[in-house]
Design a protein around this ligand. Structure first.
Ligand code: TXA
Ligand code: MG
Length: 320
């Protein structure tokens, strides 16, 4: 089984030796390899059972390091990076040759971000290469938000998980691309659309499209627990499926009709950011209970609520 700890030097040695390691970020845990080492990157796809047409995000220590790997940085990207990096925002740029094709699934573009986590930033400062890292979960399953989550699912395939505690954002990064003057959201995530628009004006949201050719990996059927999940009016759905063993995820209210053990409240005080940090833990906890069905409701569709609702929607598509 993988060891869990805070030994940055050991992780550095693993990565230099073309091995993988679990790393914390503020969004979700990543499964990292030297992004410039195609042999190491190939191991990511193998361990995750991820199709090679689904490109990876390259993690760097700052905008200056990003400049080594991308052709040009559009002005709006510069503004966004200066404001939100380190943070839960991934930007897509035209790539330089030095980034191996396996990282980008043969695309001419590369996705880049600076993660906002002290341990991983320290790691990045101690290595002279960037880190390719998808979320550290088997392909299609819910992303991990603790070192334990990584160990539970990939522990027999990797040697070490760098333990940075619980992820403070809890939902994957927002992915933005630049199409001429347009800025396009390819995945809703931890950086709020409202905050981005406050800075650079209106942007287009293309997330949720399963046929988006620019983002081959952004299939609708992602982020799903193994138990079927349906989303809607909780009381109606529970009534309709009352003969089944049901687990419930609610935004802020306790629902009295149900056995309490099977309820997961995202945020008792109705705080959407807190709900985001708890969503994947809730899905995992209920998934471990051998239920027949998970019933959930959407959260208010503002701020991180948009990303939460996007993940719920995708989880529902997958298993029904
Ligand atoms: O928060 C995050 O972004 C986490 C942490 C570990 O940084 N990473 C993450 O990686 O969620 P992953 O591999 O699970 O999701 C990355 C997404 C994929 O859906 C992929 O298709 C998209 O980024 N992507 C990567 N490179 C791309 C590119 N050049 N163009 C369009 N989409 C790209
Ligand atoms: Mg993922």
């Amino acid at each position: 089984m993988a060891k869990i700890g805070t030994d940055i030097k050991y992780v550095r040695d693993l990565l230099i030796g073309s091995e993988l390691a679990g790393i914390p970020t503020e969004t979700v845990y990543g499964l990292a390899a030297n992004a410039l080492d195609p042999i190491a990157v190939a191991k990511i796809f193998k361990v995750k059972e991820r199709p090679t047409f689904d490109p990876l995000i390259v993690h760097v220590s700052g905008l200056d390091q990003a400049e080594k790997f991308v052709r040009e940085i559009p002005e709006k990207a510069q503004i966004l990076a200066n404001t939100f990096w380190p943070g839960p925002l991934t930007l897509i740029f035209n790539k330089k040759e030095i980034i191996p094709d396996i990282v980008t699934s043969g695309l001419d573009t590369v996705a880049v971000r600076v993660p906002n986590h002290a341990l991983t930033l320290e790691l990045l400062k101690n290595i002279d290469f960037p880190l390719a890292a998808p979320s550290a979960n088997p392909f299609g399953y819910v992303s991990p938000t603790s070192a334990k989550h990584v160990e539970e699912q990939l522990g027999d395939k990797i040697k070490y998980v760098l333990d940075g505690g619980l992820c403070s954002v809890g939902i994957e990064s927002t992915i933005l691309g630049f199409d001429g003057d347009d800025v396009v959201v390819y995945r809703l995530g931890g950086c709020k659309v409202e905050d981005i628009e406050g800075l650079i004006g209106e942007i287009k949201v293309k997330a949720n499209s399963s046929s988006n050719p620019v983002a081959p990996g952004m299939l609708e059927s992602h982020y799903a627990p193994l138990t079927p999940i349906i989303i809607g009016n909780i009381r109606e759905l529970v009534g309709k499926h009352k003969h089944q063993k049901i687990g419930l995820i609610s935004f802020k209210d306790e629902i009295n009709e149900l056995d309490l053990d099977h309820q997961f409240i995202l945020s008792e005080k109705g705080d959407i950011d807190e709900a985001a940090t708890r969503l994947f833990t809730g899905l995992r906890e209920l998934d471990a209970l051998n239920l027949q069905l998970i019933v959930s409701e959407y959260v208010p569709d503002v701020g991180l609520g948009r990303a939460i609702n996007d993940r719920l929607k995708r989880a529902e598509v997958k298993r029904n």
